[in-house]
Design a protein around this ligand. Structure first.
Ligand code: SAH
Length: 387
């Protein structure tokens, strides 16, 4: 495959995706998901990528050097990824081991939960390479079981259907993990994402460091209660709200298991917030961690609107000098968009709001600067001024 003149630069600089319009010629009619050698317009070597003409990004570069894409290749990638995790992950046995492009394996996500691995396959290329990376995962990690949970909407664009199956060994319905001394059960088949929000680990820790005993903390979109329980352990009186009854059930179990007090409620957070001001005492902390909502570019406005609404209704519930943590895991909404929409909500409320810190996804979900799409989770740490 050859790229149009000038399109080689970004590949050479480490950006792994090639768009349809950047392709000059494809030789030999490669099948969906197969590997292709990629050259520039002058036929100079650029790298090896997986090919899928159905996708908006028909080529995803796996390597820029001439090397076989075999088990040894994935073993090297895994070893490199593990070395990073050994440096940046601590006090837990659950972390993201491979984060797709940011770890040099476009389309493959691997989360480690204790002795088990949960994988997600996002591209036809990785689907086809499954026997190879599976062998590498077993060789490097020797897990007791590997579960694939590939249910992402984006697979459709790759011509793939949802797929859940145990790929190796056995994987229990729930896996017990620990994080910062707290225990959590990860629901492997029914949980959201791969079952636990590993990407919020450092933000949960940052929250806990700021909690003082007796503070009132509201965790909206609490899932299985992780933020709330960090706060409860730090001495706060916490309440968690989520729309999923199964998540709240597990949150309740987590509180009991860790012997921490907490209050839980199954509710739609938008509706809950809109009616809460009348009867809730002010909170010292409110955490807003909504789902991505916007998966496509066209949905950006509904995401903006959702965040505006959440902040607008949360502000009256906050005590003076109370803090608001606003998170968005949608790549489409960038940091300045987020700041802007929060500013609008605060202004509409006539409420001064200070931005004290900005944080991102935990470093086992590396943000590769050369691949801007790898930054998706942004969190604003805000403090309410005097109304
Ligand atoms: N903070 C959590 C992760 C939140 S993920 C953690 O650290 O583990 C987003 C959560 O929002 C999911 O649990 C999902 O069930 C919930 N959710 C989605 N729509 C909702 C709504 N309208 N109201 C309340 N919760 C909702």
């Amino acid at each position: 495959m050859r790229l149009k003149a000038g399109r080689e630069k970004k590949i050479q600089h480490g950006y792994p995706w090639v768009q349809k319009g950047e392709i000059l010629a494809v030789e030999g009619a490669p099948e969906v998901g197969t590997l292709v050698a990629v050259y520039d317009a002058q036929n100079r070597w650029l790298g090896i990528g997986s090919y899928n003409p159905l996708s908006r990004f028909p080529v995803r570069i796996l390597t820029t050097i001439e090397e076989p894409i075999d088990t040894a290749f994935f073993v090297r990638r895994l070893e490199q990824a593990l070395r990073l995790r050994q440096t940046v992950v601590n006090e837990t046995n659950a972390y993201r081991l491979l984060f797709s492009e940011a770890d040099g394996v476009p389309g493959l996500i691997v989360d480690r939960f204790a002795d088990y691995l949960v994988v997600q396959v996002r591209t036809a290329g990785m689907e086809r390479l499954k026997p190879i990376w599976l062998e590498a995962l077993q060789a490097v990690c020797a897990p007791r079981g590997i579960l694939e949970r590939s249910e992402m909407e984006s697979r459709r664009e790759e011509g793939l259907t949802p797929f859940i199956a145990v790929l190796a060994g056995e994987v229990p319905e729930q896996i017990l993990i620990h994080e910062s001394g707290l225990e959590f059960l990860v629901p492997t088949r029914t949980g959201l994402k791969t079952g636990f929000y590993l990407d919020q680990r450092e933000n949960r820790r940052q929250l806990a460091r700021q909690i003082q005993p007796g503070m009132r903390v509201l965790d909206l979109f609490c899932y299985t209660g992780a933020f709330a329980l960090y706060a409860s352990r730090a001495g706060a009186r916490v309440k968690g709200v989520d729309i999923l009854p199964e998540a709240i059930e597990l949150a309740r179990h987590h509180a009991e298991r860790n012997e921490l007090p907490a209050e839980w409620e199954v509710a739609n957070a938008f509706e809950w917030l809109a009616h809460a001001a009348a009867h809730e005492a002010p909170y010292d902390w409110i955490i807003l961690d909504p789902p991505a909502i916007a998966k496509k570019r066209g949905q950006k406005d509904s995401l903006r609107w959702a965040i505006w609404k959440l902040v607008y209704h949360a502000l009256p519930l906050l005590a003076e000098n109370g803090c608001l943590l606003v998170c968005s895991c949608a790549y489409q909404l960038d940091l300045s968009d987020m700041i802007e929409v929060v500013r609008l909500a605060a202004t509409d409320r006539g409420c001064p709001l200070f931005l004290e810190d900005v944080s991102f996804q935990a470093p086992d979900h590396p943000f590769l600067l050369q691949f801007p799409e790898s930054l998706y989770l942004k969190c604003l740490w805000l403090r309410k001024g005097r109304n």
